[in-house]
Design a protein around this ligand. Structure first.
Ligand code: GTP
Ligand code: MG
Length: 273
């Protein structure tokens, strides 16, 4: 212990940060925090009542960080309790269950709730968000794949991690990267560094991949009306190919989307004289 004393004097001022957890009930928010702080997993579901609060210390490079964690209840019933805890937050752990599509679809609603509570002067741009695609150990029930989750997160400039509170997979890496990003934000005067804001792909590319994934047939996928001519199909195809070609597009899921577009065009052209 004593040998460490001179070193401690050299360390920079310790930092105090506030983080919150968000996401539907039962997605594993409390278990993720417990896995990281207490290195254990509780299989029995104990719903968080309102808010659970805890303090933990972490070391990020040469800094000691005191983290105030507010673990929110996901049930809509607790909205009144949750709403006052959104302000003065530097980081958000946003969780969904990869086996529960509704919990993934609800991520936008969680962001909207936070935005509303922060009010018109609240700035969500300067908060670090990490999205946890949790329960990846339940492979049989998985219905939201990695590219879909990653695309949602990265197109918003959020971090993305695949986690399992049960096995511990991804948990330490997630928190380490999350806290490092918050330290970087604090060192940058409370502003998200521009380097972490650029996802490497455009909103148009992300939206197009999402649209392709949810299209109901080949016409819809190419964005043409049923009964379109060869020229119209080819024109629509070329536009999408330029946008999504794997050499040009690094957005998660772009390769599959590109293949789907190629197949859709082939199928349509077969039946157009
Ligand atoms: P609320 O507090 O109600 O908002 O729920 P929560 O999001 O905090 O969920 P909690 O952490 O209490 O976990 C809900 C259930 O999912 C519990 O039965 C956990 O044991 C289980 N669970 C959490 N994480 C995992 C995981 O990674 N894998 C598996 N298989 N189960 C998990
Ligand atoms: Mg909980």
């Amino acid at each position: 212990m004593e040998a460490n004393l001179p070193k401690r004097k050299e360390t920079r001022k310790s930092l105090r940060i506030k983080v919150i957890s968000m996401g539907n009930a039962e997605v594993g928010k409390s278990c993720i925090i417990k896995r990281y702080c207490e290195k254990r997993f509780v299989p029995k579901y104990l719903a968080t009542i309102g808010i659970d609060y805890g303090v933990t210390k972490v070391q990020i490079r040469d800094r000691e960080i005191k983290v105030n964690i507010f673990d929110m209840a996901g049930h809509s019933f607790f909205y009144e309790v949750r709403n006052e805890f959104y302000k003065d937050t530097q980081g958000v752990v946003l969780v969904y269950d990869v086996g529960q599509k509704e919990s993934f679809d609800a991520l936008d609603t969680w962001l909207a709730e936070m935005k509303q509570e922060l009010g018109p002067h609240g700035n969500m741009e300067n908060i670090v968000f990490v999205v946890c695609a949790n329960k990846i150990d339940c492979t049989k029930h998985r219905c939201v794949d990695e590219s879909e989750g990653r695309l949602w997160a990265e197109s918003r400039g959020f971090l993305y991690f695949e986690t399992s509170a049960q096995t511990g997979e991804g948990i330490n890496e997630m928190f380490q990267t999350f806290y490092s990003a918050i330290v970087e934000l604090c060192d940058n005067g409370g502003k998200r560094p521009t380097s972490s804001m650029s996802a490497g792909f455009t909103k148009e590319q992300a939206d197009t991949i999402r649209r392709i994934r949810s299209s109901k047939d080949s016409w819809d996928m190419l964005g043409v009306k049923p009964g379109a001519t060869r020229d119209e199909v080819n024109k629509a195809y070329r536009k999408l190919a330029v946008l999504l070609h794997p050499d040009k597009c690094v957005a998660p899921g772009s390769e599959d989307a590109f293949k789907a577009v190629v197949n859709a065009r082939t199928a349509l052209l077969k039946n157009i004289k």
